[in-house]
Design a protein around this ligand. Structure first.
Ligand SMILES: C[S@@+](CC[C@H](N)C(=O)[O-])C[C@H]1O[C@@H](n2cnc3c(N)ncnc32)[C@H](O)[C@@H]1O
Length: 356
């Protein structure tokens, strides 16, 4: 039997302090969610130093609450506090992260996603004990809206400018009026942006989640491209055959119930010279390589949503940390003959180009 390790009291004290710091991050995250939801960061953007009363006036919110909120934001260094004149400043770098939805650094919507995901934690805990999972229908609409906001930033700054140009044959076929499908389209932002960039192309977005398809249709109407992009409730396992020059999945394969069936469906739906772009999260499949904040987030989101919604339907439950080896294995099982990891440098995303 292994000898019981003795407790190093000093180390234990440090660990307890670190864990309390993590609890502070969690509850501070709830206040950041409130700041995002109520427009507090936006009210402070480009305004320079502001008093509590000024932040309350600019946001139209209760001054007592705003004072407490600013205390939390100052303690986290999200805003700069000047004790001499009791003012609070949202610096340009924090404004880019939290207040400017068009910035490539915008990450404010992740707090909306975290808040919504945490509400499902009691049901996920039941699945730990009993098996199974939590179906998408148990998640609040806010979770899917947040996912759409998160990916909108990514697409706006990368999809058209960096990702598609890595596949010249795709640019050519879209310019020539080709047909494309985005499977697992969520709120439809990727398909809409492709339609805006390639006016001759025709696109269809599919998703198994009906409320996301409703949002996608509204988004296409608002963007003025509903005549060229349609959205349908549908499973990627069951697409029309030989229908598309280009198919995409953005953060879908690791979520799916039947990933090989999904890829096989996409292969069938592609024309013989078509291209399938798989975007997944840039994270290793080895725990030892993920011991950093990104790993902390990836395994947590995976447990709170990705793996668990798949397991709810007795699915593969791959989870976010899928890795390239698994992607290659799935693609080969689905019958793709060519698999290329595109040479696109991205901290968050990895891109695989698959050809029939
Ligand atoms: C993490 S979300 C990503 C949504 C969107 N692609 C984005 O980047 O914002 C994964 C989406 O894939 C959908 N999905 C998962 N498996 C699917 C399948 N087999 N067929 C169609 N949609 C699927 C889910 O309903 C969900 O909307």
């Amino acid at each position: 039997m292994a000898a019981k390790a003795s407790l190093d009291m000093e180390k234990a004290k440090q660990v307890a302090q670190t864990v309390v710091g993590d609890v502070a991050t969690v509850v501070h995250g709830a206040l950041t969610y409130i700041g995002d939801r109520l427009g507090l960061f936006k009210a402070m953007k480009d305004a320079g130093p502001l008093t509590i009363a000024e932040v309350a006036a600019r946001s139209g919110l209760n001054e007592r609450y705003v004072r407490e909120w600013l205390g939390a934001m100052a303690a986290a260094r999200y805003v700069e506090y000047n004790a001499a004149d009791e003012t609070y400043t949202l610096t340009p770098a924090y404004a880019a992260a939290l207040a400017d939805e068009d910035s490539p650094f915008f990450v404010g919507s992740y707090f909306q996603m975290a808040q919504a995901a945490v509400t499902v934690a009691p049901k996920v805990a039941e699945a730990f004990a009993k098996g199974g999972g939590v179906p998408q229908s148990e998640y609040p609409p806010s979770f899917f809206e947040a996912a759409e906001r998160n990916s909108r930033t990514r697409y706006q700054h990368k999809l058209i400018r960096k990702w598609l140009p890595a596949m010249p044959q795709v640019i050519e076929v879209l310019n020539a009026g080709g047909r494309a499908a985005d499977v697992g389209c969520g709120g439809g932002r990727a398909a809409i942006m492709i339609a805006q960039a390639f006016p001759k192309a025709r696109l269809v977005g599919y998703d198994v989640h009906p409320p996301s398809i409703e949002r996608a249709r509204r988004n296409a109407q608002e963007a003025g491209v509903a005549d060229r992009v349609t959205f349908e409730v549908g499973n990627g396992t069951d697409l029309p055959a030989d229908a598309f020059n280009f198919v995409t999945t953005f953060d879908v394969v690791h979520d799916s119930v039947d990933p090989v069936g999904l890829m096989r469906g996409i292969r069938r739906a592609l024309k013989a010279d078509g291209t399938y772009l798989v975007q997944e999260v840039n994270v290793s499949d080895k725990v030892g390589e993920n011991l950093r904040p990104m790993g902390k987030m990836v395994y947590s989101v995976s447990t709170l949503y990705c793996m668990t919604t798949s397991l709810a339907h007795h699915g593969a439950g791959i989870g976010v940390a899928m890795g390239e080896a698994k992607a290659r294995e799935l693609a080969a099982s689905a019958g793709f003959s060519r698999f290329t990891r595109l040479p696109v440098k991205d901290d968050f995303a990895v891109l695989y180009e698959l050809r029939p």
